[in-house]
Write a protein that binds this ligand. Structure first.
Ligand code: CUA
Length: 290
């Protein structure tokens, strides 16, 4: 930092010189400078001096970037969380706990959380301004970013690379929790989905298994791992749904299932043309997945 600061002093010297020259050689005040030819030696020297200085600063910047960029740290270690950008939602996978979640990220406050960011389709960009830098998610490439919340709280972010029709509804909510609360969250969310209790919910589960839901969505304990759509194992414990477009509620869930593309135009989930009763059964089931 001090080296770069010294560089800034050169800039200050240049600005002060320009101001001095503007005043000292002001034609209106009768101080016009003599109009001699230039000095080749001076011009060559100053050009290479400037190039050399910029070159030195660049080397310093690149060395520093290698230190703060976690690519080098992580090549050996495991990420705390793998974040996958999808059109238009986020998948969070915690390898240490073999746990998936969607759209709402839970992290322990205080420490550094090492995230590997990848894309399932097009270029997205992870960005929660309060918790660190922005990082692009590029198909076929692993990028790394450190996420750090100094104090517990809820932090908001958004996808910051245009990724299609619903790019605006690819919001991020990060819950930074105390170590204890985070552990509780992990143990709760690591569990397989609960068995439905109500009769309608049991019917909903049967439908979930029979219709094509399992082709895209994962519910731990009852389906194979599929992450074409968000994990639904504990969907009813989320605050929001649809990448932040709606708060989570039975009403919004039903409206969504009735015709997803009405709620979020362009979304990949098709309209399954459920009957009113089927909608109620599915919603009853999903709403028990706390
Ligand atoms: Cu994803 Cu914009």
């Amino acid at each position: 930092m001090w080296f770069m600061f010294a560089g800034a002093l050169i800039f200050l010297a240049v600005v002060l010189s320009v101001i001095y020259i503007l005043i000292r050689f002001n034609r209106n005040r009768g101080h016009a400078p003599s109009q001699g030819g230039g000095s080749r030696t001076f011009e060559i020297t100053s050009t290479f001096l400037a190039l050399g200085l910029v070159g030195i600063f660049m080397v310093y910047a690149v060395i520093t970037m290698a230190h703060i960029q976690p690519n080098s740290i992580s090549s050996s270690g495991q990420p705390d969380v793998v974040i996958t950008g999808h059109q238009w939602w986020w998948d969070f996978y915690y390898p240490k706990y073999d746990l998936h979640s969607a759209n709402e990220l839970h992290i322990p406050a205080g420490g550094k959380v090492l995230a590997k960011v990848v894309s399932a389709d097009v270029i997205h960009s992870w960005w929660v301004p309060a918790l660190g830098r922005k990082m692009d998610m590029i198909p076929g490439k692993n990028n790394w970013v450190v996420i750090q919340a100094n104090t517990p709280g809820t932090y908001e972010g958004t996808c910051s690379e245009f990724c299609g029709q619903q790019h605006a509804w690819m919001r991020i909510k990060v819950f930074a929790q105390s170590e204890k609360n985070f552990k509780e969250w992990v143990s709760g969310h690591g569990k397989p989905a609960v068995e439905p209790k109500g009769a309608l919910a049991m019917e909903g589960k049967k439908m979930f298994m029979q219709k094509s839901c399992t082709g895209c969505h994962f519910i731990k304990g009852i389906t194979d791992e599929k992450f074409i759509g968000p994990d639904l194992t504990h969907i009813a414990s989320r605050e929001t749904m649809l990448g932040g477009l709606e708060v989570y509620s039975k009403e919004n869930l039903k409206r969504w299932l009735r015709n997803p593309r009405n709620v979020k135009p362009g979304v990949h989930m098709p309209n399954f043309i459920f009957t009113e009763h089927e909608l109620d059964a599915l919603v009853a089931y999903l709403n028990e997945l706390k």
